[in-house]
Write a protein that binds this ligand. Structure first.
Ligand code: SAM
Length: 341
């Protein structure tokens, strides 16, 4: 794998004004050199909000008793995806709270149906599971696992009550990669009381992991969480973190997350694309369920195909016809051919 030649400084993460614009342009150019003007388009379905974890930033934490919990019906979801997915979608991302029952009863049969009937690539974001469940998901046809390390600082990870221990989370990421998954991870920018050293630790940890992609989510004080009264992440620091990741690893796929529009209503998302983000997500969770899929605020900004395609076009970008799972598979086979040659 290409050695990293750039590592961000704290100064990079706090840039503003003209220096910030230059920095974002540089990052967009780095992404462009690798991926052209193309952006991967996936759909997400959020299939269960049951969660056995208790992350202090997340509205689905097990101690939130205000939340009406749901598990989706896989046959209804499959029908909706087969009949009604937007034409630009090449990949499906299946997300849930950490809920092994939903993985067995909903996710595995859903993946089987999708793989039987379509060419969609499948990614999953389902948390820390037993190894045999990861294998079942892979055997059903999922090839990308998204497992975020949330913060690169061991102490902060523990303080936030993130899943298990920091070392276990990193070990799982390495394990998934060793089992042939394409792994994407991620961290939260602008966590309350985060020190500069803790911010930089997230880049160091990301850089040391065997990843194909990494997200930066702005911290949004989640309704019904212990951090509800904290301040939101600064959009500038969030976008600077995305730019820094793109410059550190221009070969990585970095999503524009919908929460960018919560961090800066009206323009955050488009600024994410302008900074070089190369993956967008259309929300296909049925309306009756998504109100209780509570990550941040009860009021969600729903990314429809129309909103997303408009944003892509306005930034001079185009939806990729090649799917993300397909792209990773092709890149992997090129790399292994190069390793043999
Ligand atoms: N339960 C799975 C897991 O642990 O990987 C699925 C993902 S979890 C439901 C969704 C992700 O949203 C978390 O990994 C975290 O990065 C992010 N998230 C949750 N609450 C957040 C908040 N208040 N601000 C920013 N990101 C948040």
């Amino acid at each position: 794998m290409r050695p990293a030649t750039y590592f961000p400084s704290f100064n990079d993460l706090t840039r503003s004004g003209a220096a910030q614009e230059r920095f974002h342009r540089e990052a967009a150019a780095a992404a462009n050199a690798q991926f052209g003007r193309k952006v991967f388009v996936r759909a997400v379905v959020e299939v269960s909000n049951f969660c056995r974890q208790n992350c202090s930033y997340c509205g689905m934490r097990r101690e939130n008793r205000e939340l009406e919990r749901f598990r989706a019906d896989h046959e209804q979801l499959a029908e909706m995806i087969l009949e009604h997915r937007p034409p630009s979608v090449t990949d499906l991302n299946i997300q849930a709270g950490e809920d092994p029952k939903a993985v067995r009863d909903v996710v595995v049969p859903l993946i089987r149906a999708i793989k039987r009937e379509t060419n969609l690539g499948v990614s999953v974001c389902l948390g820390s599971l037993a190894n045999d469940l990861y294998d079942e998901l892979q055997a059903a046809g999922a090839s990308i696992y998204i497992l975020k390390f949330e913060s690169g600082d061991r102490e902060l990870y523990g303080k936030l009550e993130s899943p298990g221990t920091f070392d276990e989370r990193l070990a799982r990421i390495r394990y998934l990669a060793s089992r042939g998954w394409s792994v994407s991870s991620g961290f939260i920018a602008g966590l309350p009381e985060q020190t500069p050293a803790q911010m930089l630790a997230s880049f160091r940890v990301a850089n040391e992991l065997p990843l194909d992609g990494c997200s930066v989510s702005p911290f949004i004080p989640g309704d019904e969480t212990p951090l509800a009264e904290s301040g939101s992440a600064d959009i500038g620091v969030t976008l600077n973190s995305m730019a820094a990741l793109l410059l550190m690893r221009p070969d990585w796929v970095i999503p524009a997350v919908s929460a960018l529009n919560l961090a800066e209503p009206g323009s955050g998302y488009r600024r994410g694309l302008r900074t070089g983000a190369n993956l967008v997500t259309i929300n296909m969770t049925p309306a009756g369920m998504r109100d209780d899929y509570l990550l941040y605020k009860r009021e969600r900004f729903i990314m429809t195909e129309e909103v997303i395609l408009r944003a892509i076009e306005a930034e001079g970008l185009e939806p990729s016809e090649v799917g993300l799972a397909q792209y990773y598979a092709t890149r992997r086979s090129h790399r292994s051919q190069l390793a043999v040659a």
